[in-house]
Design a protein around this ligand. Structure first.
Ligand code: PMP
Length: 347
Protein backbone atom coordinates (compact mmCIF):
# COMPACT_ATOMS: atom_id res chain seq x y z
CA UNK A 1 0.00 0.00 0.00
CA UNK A 2 1.35 3.41 -0.97
CA UNK A 3 1.12 5.44 2.25
CA UNK A 4 0.52 8.71 0.40
CA UNK A 5 -2.50 7.27 -1.39
CA UNK A 6 -3.84 5.76 1.80
CA UNK A 7 -3.61 9.13 3.52
CA UNK A 8 -5.27 10.90 0.61
CA UNK A 9 -8.22 8.52 0.78
CA UNK A 10 -7.67 7.33 -2.78
CA UNK A 11 -6.04 3.98 -2.08
CA UNK A 12 -8.33 2.42 -4.70
CA UNK A 13 -6.02 4.08 -7.24
CA UNK A 14 -3.16 1.88 -6.07
CA UNK A 15 -1.45 0.23 -8.98
CA UNK A 16 -2.50 2.93 -11.43
CA UNK A 17 0.62 4.21 -13.10
CA UNK A 18 2.09 7.57 -12.23
CA UNK A 19 -0.29 8.97 -9.59
CA UNK A 20 0.32 12.64 -8.79
CA UNK A 21 -0.85 13.76 -5.35
CA UNK A 22 -1.44 17.49 -5.08
CA UNK A 23 -4.02 17.43 -2.30
CA UNK A 24 -2.20 17.96 1.01
CA UNK A 25 0.13 20.94 0.48
CA UNK A 26 3.23 18.79 0.89
CA UNK A 27 6.67 19.95 -0.22
CA UNK A 28 7.34 18.41 -3.68
CA UNK A 29 11.09 18.54 -2.97
CA UNK A 30 10.67 16.42 0.19
CA UNK A 31 12.70 16.83 3.38
CA UNK A 32 16.23 18.32 3.41
CA UNK A 33 19.07 15.78 3.43
CA UNK A 34 20.31 16.60 6.98
CA UNK A 35 16.81 15.80 8.30
CA UNK A 36 16.82 12.39 6.60
CA UNK A 37 20.26 11.67 8.07
CA UNK A 38 19.10 12.72 11.56
CA UNK A 39 16.07 10.45 11.22
CA UNK A 40 18.32 7.48 10.39
CA UNK A 41 20.61 8.35 13.32
CA UNK A 42 17.62 8.04 15.65
CA UNK A 43 17.20 4.42 14.52
CA UNK A 44 20.35 3.50 16.47
CA UNK A 45 18.65 4.16 19.82
CA UNK A 46 15.09 3.03 19.42
CA UNK A 47 15.03 1.54 22.94
CA UNK A 48 15.58 5.00 24.53
CA UNK A 49 12.74 7.30 25.51
CA UNK A 50 12.85 10.71 23.82
CA UNK A 51 13.65 14.06 25.41
CA UNK A 52 10.81 15.34 27.54
CA UNK A 53 11.64 19.05 27.34
CA UNK A 54 12.61 19.26 23.65
CA UNK A 55 15.43 21.59 24.68
CA UNK A 56 17.61 21.07 21.59
CA UNK A 57 14.77 21.63 19.13
CA UNK A 58 13.49 24.67 21.02
CA UNK A 59 17.01 26.12 21.09
CA UNK A 60 17.36 25.64 17.31
CA UNK A 61 13.98 27.25 16.61
CA UNK A 62 14.84 30.09 19.00
CA UNK A 63 18.16 30.75 17.24
CA UNK A 64 16.71 30.69 13.75
CA UNK A 65 13.68 32.89 14.51
CA UNK A 66 15.25 35.03 17.31
CA UNK A 67 12.71 33.81 19.87
CA UNK A 68 13.05 32.99 23.56
CA UNK A 69 13.22 29.16 23.68
CA UNK A 70 11.50 29.12 27.09
CA UNK A 71 8.39 30.46 25.39
CA UNK A 72 8.30 27.73 22.71
CA UNK A 73 6.25 24.53 23.03
CA UNK A 74 6.58 21.60 20.60
CA UNK A 75 3.70 19.33 19.66
CA UNK A 76 2.61 16.45 17.45
CA UNK A 77 2.00 18.70 14.47
CA UNK A 78 0.57 22.15 15.01
CA UNK A 79 -2.71 20.23 15.29
CA UNK A 80 -1.67 19.26 18.81
CA UNK A 81 -0.94 22.89 19.78
CA UNK A 82 -4.41 23.85 18.50
CA UNK A 83 -5.89 21.01 20.59
CA UNK A 84 -3.97 22.13 23.71
CA UNK A 85 -5.19 25.72 23.27
CA UNK A 86 -8.81 24.59 23.11
CA UNK A 87 -8.37 22.22 26.06
CA UNK A 88 -6.79 24.96 28.16
CA UNK A 89 -8.84 27.98 27.21
CA UNK A 90 -12.27 26.96 25.93
CA UNK A 91 -15.16 24.92 27.30
CA UNK A 92 -18.95 24.68 27.43
CA UNK A 93 -20.66 28.05 27.15
CA UNK A 94 -17.54 29.65 25.64
CA UNK A 95 -16.92 30.66 22.03
CA UNK A 96 -14.11 29.94 19.59
CA UNK A 97 -13.99 32.17 16.52
CA UNK A 98 -12.72 31.00 13.14
CA UNK A 99 -13.12 32.44 9.67
CA UNK A 100 -15.59 31.20 7.08
CA UNK A 101 -12.98 29.41 4.98
CA UNK A 102 -10.63 28.67 7.88
CA UNK A 103 -8.76 25.43 8.63
CA UNK A 104 -11.18 22.71 9.81
CA UNK A 105 -9.24 21.72 12.96
CA UNK A 106 -10.28 24.95 14.74
CA UNK A 107 -13.93 23.95 14.67
CA UNK A 108 -13.23 20.28 15.42
CA UNK A 109 -11.01 21.10 18.44
CA UNK A 110 -13.56 23.62 19.77
CA UNK A 111 -16.38 21.05 19.52
CA UNK A 112 -14.21 18.40 21.21
CA UNK A 113 -14.02 20.50 24.39
CA UNK A 114 -17.73 21.41 24.33
CA UNK A 115 -17.13 25.02 23.24
CA UNK A 116 -19.18 26.78 20.57
CA UNK A 117 -17.41 27.42 17.24
CA UNK A 118 -18.40 30.78 15.73
CA UNK A 119 -17.86 31.20 12.00
CA UNK A 120 -17.09 34.72 10.74
CA UNK A 121 -17.58 35.71 7.07
CA UNK A 122 -14.65 36.71 4.88
CA UNK A 123 -14.59 39.40 2.23
CA UNK A 124 -13.62 38.10 -1.22
CA UNK A 125 -12.08 35.02 0.43
CA UNK A 126 -9.84 37.23 2.59
CA UNK A 127 -9.89 37.74 6.38
CA UNK A 128 -12.17 40.59 7.43
CA UNK A 129 -10.87 42.02 10.73
CA UNK A 130 -13.98 44.15 11.30
CA UNK A 131 -16.21 41.08 10.92
CA UNK A 132 -14.11 39.19 13.50
CA UNK A 133 -14.17 42.10 15.95
CA UNK A 134 -17.92 42.46 15.67
CA UNK A 135 -18.41 38.69 16.28
CA UNK A 136 -16.56 38.92 19.63
CA UNK A 137 -18.62 38.68 22.82
CA UNK A 138 -17.79 38.38 26.51
CA UNK A 139 -17.78 34.59 25.92
CA UNK A 140 -15.08 34.65 23.19
CA UNK A 141 -11.98 32.80 24.43
CA UNK A 142 -10.00 32.01 21.27
CA UNK A 143 -9.78 33.58 17.81
CA UNK A 144 -8.05 31.32 15.28
CA UNK A 145 -6.64 32.91 12.17
CA UNK A 146 -4.37 31.25 9.62
CA UNK A 147 -2.16 33.79 7.85
CA UNK A 148 -1.60 32.88 5.01
CA UNK A 149 -4.99 31.20 5.08
CA UNK A 150 -5.76 27.64 3.98
CA UNK A 151 -7.54 26.94 1.59
CA UNK A 152 -7.71 30.46 0.11
CA UNK A 153 -3.98 31.28 0.09
CA UNK A 154 -4.74 34.92 0.93
CA UNK A 155 -3.19 36.85 3.82
CA UNK A 156 -3.54 40.13 5.69
CA UNK A 157 -0.78 42.56 6.70
CA UNK A 158 0.84 43.43 10.00
CA UNK A 159 -1.30 46.55 10.54
CA UNK A 160 -4.51 44.55 10.27
CA UNK A 161 -3.17 41.87 12.63
CA UNK A 162 -2.28 44.56 15.17
CA UNK A 163 -5.73 46.13 14.87
CA UNK A 164 -7.26 42.72 15.52
CA UNK A 165 -5.09 41.99 18.56
CA UNK A 166 -5.79 45.44 20.00
CA UNK A 167 -9.54 45.23 19.46
CA UNK A 168 -10.17 41.87 21.14
CA UNK A 169 -12.05 41.65 24.43
CA UNK A 170 -9.70 41.16 27.41
CA UNK A 171 -10.44 37.46 27.98
CA UNK A 172 -9.78 36.46 24.32
CA UNK A 173 -6.54 35.07 22.87
CA UNK A 174 -5.61 35.54 19.20
CA UNK A 175 -3.99 32.42 17.71
CA UNK A 176 -2.02 33.20 14.57
CA UNK A 177 -1.54 29.99 12.62
CA UNK A 178 1.64 30.32 10.55
CA UNK A 179 1.64 26.88 8.92
CA UNK A 180 2.54 28.57 5.60
CA UNK A 181 4.54 31.51 7.02
CA UNK A 182 7.87 30.38 5.55
CA UNK A 183 6.50 30.76 2.03
CA UNK A 184 6.30 34.54 2.57
CA UNK A 185 9.79 36.01 2.57
CA UNK A 186 10.40 38.31 5.53
CA UNK A 187 7.14 37.49 7.31
CA UNK A 188 7.70 37.00 11.06
CA UNK A 189 4.38 35.13 11.51
CA UNK A 190 3.36 37.53 14.30
CA UNK A 191 6.52 37.42 16.46
CA UNK A 192 6.77 41.22 16.76
CA UNK A 193 3.10 41.42 17.68
CA UNK A 194 3.56 38.80 20.40
CA UNK A 195 6.62 40.61 21.80
CA UNK A 196 4.62 43.39 23.40
CA UNK A 197 1.36 41.61 24.21
CA UNK A 198 -0.09 38.97 26.49
CA UNK A 199 -3.02 37.92 24.24
CA UNK A 200 -1.37 36.58 21.07
CA UNK A 201 0.05 33.10 20.36
CA UNK A 202 1.52 31.70 17.13
CA UNK A 203 1.45 28.12 15.87
CA UNK A 204 3.90 26.75 13.30
CA UNK A 205 4.60 23.46 11.57
CA UNK A 206 7.34 21.29 10.10
CA UNK A 207 4.80 19.65 7.78
CA UNK A 208 4.97 22.15 4.93
CA UNK A 209 8.18 23.86 3.77
CA UNK A 210 10.38 21.55 5.90
CA UNK A 211 8.86 18.49 4.20
CA UNK A 212 8.26 16.53 7.43
CA UNK A 213 4.49 15.97 7.31
CA UNK A 214 4.98 12.25 7.99
CA UNK A 215 6.81 12.88 11.26
CA UNK A 216 4.21 15.19 12.86
CA UNK A 217 6.08 18.12 14.43
CA UNK A 218 4.70 21.57 15.14
CA UNK A 219 5.33 24.29 17.67
CA UNK A 220 3.79 27.26 19.38
CA UNK A 221 5.20 30.53 20.75
CA UNK A 222 3.59 33.05 23.02
CA UNK A 223 3.51 34.73 26.41
CA UNK A 224 5.23 32.65 29.12
CA UNK A 225 2.02 32.33 31.14
CA UNK A 226 0.17 30.72 28.22
CA UNK A 227 3.05 28.41 27.23
CA UNK A 228 3.31 27.23 30.87
CA UNK A 229 -0.39 26.32 30.87
CA UNK A 230 -0.06 24.40 27.58
CA UNK A 231 2.99 22.53 28.92
CA UNK A 232 0.94 21.28 31.86
CA UNK A 233 -1.44 19.60 29.41
CA UNK A 234 1.31 18.20 27.17
CA UNK A 235 2.34 14.58 27.73
CA UNK A 236 6.06 14.26 28.62
CA UNK A 237 6.92 12.07 25.60
CA UNK A 238 4.62 13.57 22.97
CA UNK A 239 7.37 13.72 20.30
CA UNK A 240 9.58 10.83 19.19
CA UNK A 241 13.38 11.10 19.05
CA UNK A 242 13.32 10.70 15.27
CA UNK A 243 10.87 13.57 14.92
CA UNK A 244 12.85 15.83 17.27
CA UNK A 245 16.22 15.20 15.57
CA UNK A 246 14.86 15.53 12.04
CA UNK A 247 13.02 18.77 12.84
CA UNK A 248 16.11 20.27 14.47
CA UNK A 249 18.21 19.49 11.39
CA UNK A 250 15.49 20.82 9.07
CA UNK A 251 15.02 24.17 10.82
CA UNK A 252 18.76 24.82 10.72
CA UNK A 253 18.92 24.23 6.96
CA UNK A 254 18.07 27.78 5.90
CA UNK A 255 19.49 27.34 2.39
CA UNK A 256 16.97 24.55 1.81
CA UNK A 257 14.09 26.70 3.04
CA UNK A 258 15.15 29.57 0.77
CA UNK A 259 15.37 27.24 -2.23
CA UNK A 260 11.95 25.69 -1.55
CA UNK A 261 10.40 29.15 -1.11
CA UNK A 262 11.73 30.46 -4.41
CA UNK A 263 10.89 27.30 -6.38
CA UNK A 264 7.40 27.39 -4.91
CA UNK A 265 6.88 31.06 -5.82
CA UNK A 266 8.10 30.47 -9.35
CA UNK A 267 5.82 27.51 -10.12
CA UNK A 268 2.86 28.81 -8.13
CA UNK A 269 2.83 31.99 -10.19
CA UNK A 270 3.29 30.04 -13.42
CA UNK A 271 0.42 27.70 -12.53
CA UNK A 272 -1.93 30.53 -11.52
CA UNK A 273 -1.15 32.46 -14.72
CA UNK A 274 -1.51 29.41 -16.95
CA UNK A 275 -4.86 28.38 -15.46
CA UNK A 276 -6.14 31.97 -15.64
CA UNK A 277 -5.37 31.98 -19.38
CA UNK A 278 -7.56 28.85 -19.63
CA UNK A 279 -10.43 30.63 -17.88
CA UNK A 280 -9.76 29.22 -14.41
CA UNK A 281 -8.92 32.19 -12.14
CA UNK A 282 -7.55 32.12 -8.61
CA UNK A 283 -6.81 34.73 -5.93
CA UNK A 284 -3.19 35.78 -5.44
CA UNK A 285 -1.79 33.00 -3.26
CA UNK A 286 1.00 33.57 -0.74
CA UNK A 287 1.28 29.86 0.16
CA UNK A 288 2.17 26.56 -1.56
CA UNK A 289 -1.21 25.97 -3.17
CA UNK A 290 -3.71 27.82 -5.32
CA UNK A 291 -7.47 27.86 -5.06
CA UNK A 292 -8.74 27.41 -8.60
CA UNK A 293 -12.24 28.82 -9.21
CA UNK A 294 -14.70 27.23 -11.62
CA UNK A 295 -18.03 28.51 -12.93
CA UNK A 296 -20.06 26.44 -10.46
CA UNK A 297 -19.83 23.32 -8.24
CA UNK A 298 -20.74 20.86 -11.07
CA UNK A 299 -17.90 22.20 -13.21
CA UNK A 300 -15.42 21.93 -10.30
CA UNK A 301 -16.55 18.35 -9.62
CA UNK A 302 -16.35 17.41 -13.30
CA UNK A 303 -12.80 18.81 -13.49
CA UNK A 304 -11.87 16.87 -10.35
CA UNK A 305 -13.23 13.66 -11.95
CA UNK A 306 -11.23 14.33 -15.10
CA UNK A 307 -8.05 14.94 -13.08
CA UNK A 308 -8.60 11.68 -11.17
CA UNK A 309 -9.05 9.81 -14.41
CA UNK A 310 -5.63 11.20 -15.36
CA UNK A 311 -4.17 10.04 -12.02
CA UNK A 312 -4.01 13.54 -10.50
CA UNK A 313 -5.43 14.08 -7.01
CA UNK A 314 -6.35 17.61 -5.90
CA UNK A 315 -8.49 18.74 -2.97
CA UNK A 316 -12.21 19.37 -3.15
CA UNK A 317 -13.03 22.17 -0.72
CA UNK A 318 -16.81 21.94 -0.45
CA UNK A 319 -16.31 21.36 3.29
CA UNK A 320 -14.77 24.82 3.41
CA UNK A 321 -17.88 26.23 1.74
CA UNK A 322 -16.07 26.61 -1.56
CA UNK A 323 -17.81 23.94 -3.68
CA UNK A 324 -16.96 25.74 -6.94
CA UNK A 325 -13.23 25.58 -6.19
CA UNK A 326 -10.41 23.03 -6.20
CA UNK A 327 -7.28 23.49 -4.11
CA UNK A 328 -4.15 22.47 -5.96
CA UNK A 329 -0.79 22.08 -4.23
CA UNK A 330 2.11 23.66 -6.10
CA UNK A 331 4.32 20.80 -7.19
CA UNK A 332 7.67 20.81 -8.95
CA UNK A 333 7.92 21.94 -12.58
CA UNK A 334 6.82 18.59 -14.08
CA UNK A 335 3.83 18.31 -11.73
CA UNK A 336 2.67 21.86 -12.44
CA UNK A 337 2.93 21.28 -16.18
CA UNK A 338 1.06 17.98 -15.90
CA UNK A 339 -1.86 19.35 -13.87
CA UNK A 340 -2.12 22.45 -16.10
CA UNK A 341 -2.15 20.25 -19.20
CA UNK A 342 -4.93 18.07 -17.74
CA UNK A 343 -7.04 21.10 -16.79
CA UNK A 344 -6.46 22.47 -20.31
CA UNK A 345 -7.85 19.19 -21.76
CA UNK A 346 -10.90 19.49 -19.50
CA UNK A 347 -11.58 23.08 -20.50
N1 PMP B 1 -2.87 24.94 10.13
C1 PMP B 1 -3.14 25.03 8.82
C2 PMP B 1 -3.65 26.32 8.28
C3 PMP B 1 -2.95 23.91 7.99
O1 PMP B 1 -3.25 24.00 6.68
C4 PMP B 1 -2.46 22.70 8.53
C5 PMP B 1 -2.22 21.48 7.71
N2 PMP B 1 -3.09 21.23 6.69
C6 PMP B 1 -2.22 22.67 9.90
C7 PMP B 1 -2.42 23.80 10.67
C8 PMP B 1 -1.80 21.43 10.61
O2 PMP B 1 -0.54 21.06 10.30
P1 PMP B 1 0.27 19.97 11.11
O3 PMP B 1 -0.64 19.40 12.18
O4 PMP B 1 0.70 18.99 10.11
O5 PMP B 1 1.39 20.74 11.75
Amino acid sequence: MDIALYEAGVSHLEGKANILKLSSNENPLGAPEPAREAFLRAARDLHRYPSTDHAALRAAIGEVWSLDPRRIICGVGSDEIITFLCQAYAGPGEEVIHTEHGFSMYRISALAVGATPVEVPERERTTDVDAILSACTDRTRLVFLANPNNPTGTMIGEGELRRLAEGLPPQAILVLDGAYAEYVEGYDAGAALIAGRDNVVMTRTFSKIYGLGGLRVGWGYGPQAIIDVLNRIRGPFNLSTAALLAAEAAVRDRAWVARCRSENARWRDWLARTLAEMGVPSDVSTANFILARFADPPEANACDEHLRSEGIIVRRVAGYKLPHCLRITVGDEASCRRVAHAIGQFK
